[in-house]
Design a protein around this ligand. Structure first.
Ligand code: ZN
Length: 243
């Protein structure tokens, strides 16, 4: 949230992508990850693309800026040719029961605009901060400010992933996350509202942490002590200045 130098942010994001992969924005943004089965791509409100619908080829071009895939789109029919690259053929076969676009987003050529990925992380940070500050500052804010918080929070949300039920040891809900983004977003949302172990922000080091009680303010005893030491020092300085 603009607290760290840009170079540091960029390094962290590149490390994230190297460890976990890209967010899967291509399948996460449209109304359905199966958008290849339709004539055009339909986009609910999001932070990255203003158009409500796009020609499939124009939409794909956003995610294949270097080498485009060999895809031919005619109405609802599409034809994707992957002969020639064995690894990519194997990948596509692994995902053959998944939406075509999901396989496409695992191809080498797939890319995501850095600014979009960075923006997504900032949105999550903003949401986390809002959900905590709203309650922390509740006593000292007026109704107008609280409304801003509520509006900021209402803008967060997304397309719910679909699910089905699998007959494992017992009937089990199986979420169909077609992108890393939806997986993170949903787990993040559950963590935000969790009573037993909520996601919190440390008042001292500003890092996110999982707490085992609802209103914990510090990630560690160390941060709590340091915060109190600084506060006491600032207080005694203030007292001195005021004579
Ligand atoms: Zn801390």
């Amino acid at each position: 949230m603009n607290r760290r130098p840009e170079a540091e942010v960029q390094k962290a994001i590149l490390e994230f992508a190297a460890h976990y992969g890209l967010l899967g924005l291509m399948t996460a943004l449209p109304t359905t990850p199966s958008f290849m089965d339709y004539e055009a791509v339909y986009l609910p409100k999001n932070h990255f693309i203003k158009e409500e619908s796009m020609e499939t080829e124009d939409y794909l071009a956003l995610f294949y800026p270097f080498d485009s895939l060999d895809v031919v789109k005619k109405g609802v029919e599409s034809n994707w040719n992957i002969s020639g690259d064995r690894t990519m053929i194997a990948l596509a076969m692994t995902f053959c029961h998944e939406p075509t676009a999901k396989s496409m987003s695992f191809q080498r050529e797939y890319a995501e605009p850095y600014d979009w990925v960075a923006q997504q992380f900032k949105d999550w940070a903003f949401t986390l901060a809002t959900s905590i500050l709203y309650y922390e500052d509740y006593g000292s804010t007026d109704e107008e400010t609280r409304n801003l918080y509520r509006k900021g929070m209402a803008a967060f949300g997304g397309i719910a992933p679909s699910y089905h039920i699998e007959l494992l040891d017992k009937p089990t809900i199986y979420w169909d996350f077609h992108s890393l983004l939806l997986g993170i977003q949903m787990m993040f949302s559950f963590m935000l509202v969790d009573d037993a172990k909520p996601l919190r922000l440390c008042k001292h080091c500003h890092k996110a942490f999982l707490s085992n009680r609802a209103n914990a303010a510090f990630c560690s005893a160390r941060c709590k002590n340091q915060y109190n030491v600084y506060k006491t020092r600032a207080k005694s300085r203030e007292d001195k200045e005021n004579g």
